[in-house]
Design a protein around this ligand. Structure first.
Ligand SMILES: Cc1ncc(COP(=O)(O)O)c(C=O)c1O
Ligand SMILES: N[C@@H](CCOP(=O)(O)O)C(=O)O
Length: 526
């Protein structure tokens, strides 16, 4: 039970009025010649709607979107998507499923992938898509103000805006890590994509808005979905419970007991999820949720479900957009269950395929040495994959030994000329402390990714002027205990070289002056 877990935890102390007839029949960009369409998209402050719709006093952004849909139905564009077996040859495979079916695996038991009708999307040139996506950034228009739904045509083209459950996720900061790059790596073009500065504090929000929106649609279609469930190392459960709570859908989360941070544990509890704290590790929870979701009408929310990756891929598109559609040389991503590395590949690949850019970045997947099955597989020259027993790591959200998306990850890495690196506990904690000392406040998983960058810089694989993006996957505030342990020099067999413990001092002027003078004498500018 969640409550007993809390007690056991050692750390807890610390009426819509529609116009009867549209006054103006709006023209969608799809009916316009391509150049005019791009211009209209760029000029429009909302979705494909150049003419503003009059609003009533009581209307909200969802009502407004509903009215726009009546005059501007999305289905006229003929964009569509379906599930196909992952990696199947499109020339020979005929197996496919509607996204409205409840299916997670192909007939052969393999992974699925969401396949978009690229020929319909290709009817528009890259310049059209760039202008359309750019026109939606920073607006409140439902649902396009979301960084995910601003790319709706590439995500879930068929869903009605009315069914979407969104917290306007995405559009996260692409931070220029100027000081960190200069001081520690001799780099001048290093960026951190802060996916963790998000509604529930991790990149999972990007995928969960898509999955929970589709569940909302399925429930309205009277499909048998009584709730949504996941196994989690803390971030998937936080995102699932928040989006479900927002839509009034029950959520059920399986957590490995005593293996996630208090901040992560309290998120689903606060959002009213049914929380099971299970005496196993993440891989054990994953096995259980797969068994349970095959027996009960509980929809599976882990990234085994390929819908999630459709949302997560938008972070890659967003990075290109934030660089004005220039492609960085490297993107480094921490990997655990390995859905995200494929999601990034897919986002970049779609942008190339649809003519928004002409190449894709090289991808690096970074793992904790204590949970490194992908790294070991890579080092064996992709000879044989072996799941491992994941050991305890400060990067607790990637403490995963048997990743469900291993095949997707290998595909992404091979197709992007990618690399896999690993980080020991000391390396990842030092990297986190170094980054924090330059004004960031990152999570240990981002420390894993930064370690990979440091190693690749040292070996000369990544050059000093290479434009590089490190994907920060969660907010540092979810992992304060690890930072407290580090800065208190309280970690066994770790030097904690960058620890910055507070100084206790007596409450008198002389004592305070003494410690300040000592401190200032050591600072370079005194
Ligand atoms: C904070 C954080 N970083 C990285 C990852 C790894 O993502 P993936 O499982 O998609 O490899 C996860 C979850 O697994 C996570 O929660
Ligand atoms: N880090 C994840 C692990 C599960 O990954 P998923 O992407 O397959 O849901 C978590 O936060 O639970």
């Amino acid at each position: 039970m969640a409550s007993s877990y809390l007690i056991q935890s050692p750390n807890f102390s610390t009426t819509l009025k529609l116009p009867s007839k549209p006054t103006t029949l709006k023209t969608t960009p799809s009916f316009l010649p391509i150049k005019a369409a791009a211009a209209a998209a760029a000029a429009s402050s909302s979705n494909n709607t150049p003419t503003p719709t009059p609003t009533t006093k009581s209307s909200n952004i969802r009502d407004k979107a509903r009215r726009q849909n009546l005059t501007n139905p999305p289905q006229i564009n003929n964009f569509s998507a379906k599930y196909v077996p992952f990696g199947a040859d499109p020339d020979t495979s005929t197996e496919s499923y509607s996204l409205d079916e409840i299916v997670y695996r192909s007939q052969s038991g393999g992974l699925l992938d969401v396949q978009h009708d690229l020929s319909a999307l290709k009817a528009f040139p890259g310049s059209y898509w760039r202008a359309l996506f750019d026109s939606r950034v920073g607006k409140r228009t439902w649902p396009y103000g979301s960084g995910v739904w601003s790319k709706k045509e590439w995500v879930l083209p068929d869903i009605s805006s009315d069914d979407i459950v969104s917290a306007f996720e995405g559009n996260t900061n692409l931070f220029w890590a100027e000081r960190f790059g200069k001081q520690f790596l001799g780099m001048n073009d290093l960026w951190v994509k802060h996916c963790g500065i998000s509604h529930t504090g991790s990149f999972k929000d990007l995928g969960m808005t898509v999955l929970v929106s589709q569940v909302n649609r399925l429930r309205k279609m009277n499909k048998p979905v009584v709730g949504v469930g996941c196994a989690s190392t803390g971030d998937t459960s936080a995102a699932l419970s928040a989006y479900c709570a927002s839509a009034g859908i029950p959520s059920i989360v399986f957590l490995p007991a005593n293996k996630i941070s208090i901040a992560q544990l309290v998120q689903p509890i606060a959002n009213g999820a049914f929380v099971l704290s299970i005496d196993t590790d993440f891989d054990g929870c994953m096995k259980l949720i797969r068994e349970v979701t095959s027996e009960l009408p509980i929809y599976l929310a882990n990234s085994l479900n390929s819908l999630r990756l459709e949302g997560q891929k938008t972070a890659a598109i967003e990075i290109l957009q934030q660089f004005d559609w220039e492609v960085p040389e490297w993107v480094i991503i921490p990997g655990g269950n390995l859905g995200n590395i494929y999601a990034f590949y897919k986002g970049f690949h779609m942008c190339k395929e649809l003519g928004l850019v002409d190449k894709i970045p090289r991808l690096v997947c970074a793992q904790a040495a204590n949970a490194n099955p992908l790294y070991l597989y890579y080092k064996s020259a992709w000879d044989e994959f072996k799941a491992v027993k994941a050991n305890s790591t400060f990067a607790s959200a990637i403490q995963i030994g048997d990743p469900v998306s291993i095949d997707r990850a290998v595909y992404a890495l091979k197709k992007s000329n990618g690399i896999v690196e690993e980080a020991t506990e000391e390396e990842l904690m030092d990297a986190m402390a170094m980054a924090d000392s330059t004004g960031m406040f990152i999570c240990p998983h981002t420390g894993v990714a930064l370690t990979a960058l440091m190693k690749l810089r040292k070996s000369g694989v990544i050059g000093s002027t290479d434009r590089t993006v490190v994907v920060s996957t969660a907010h540092g505030l979810k992992f304060t205990q690890s930072k407290i342990d580090y800065h208190s020099n309280n970690i066994k067999e770790m030097a904690c070289r960058y620890a910055n413990p507070p100084v206790s001092v007596a409450a008198d002027f002389g004592s305070v002056m003494d410690v300040l003078k000592k401190y200032l004498s050591k600072t370079p500018k005194y």
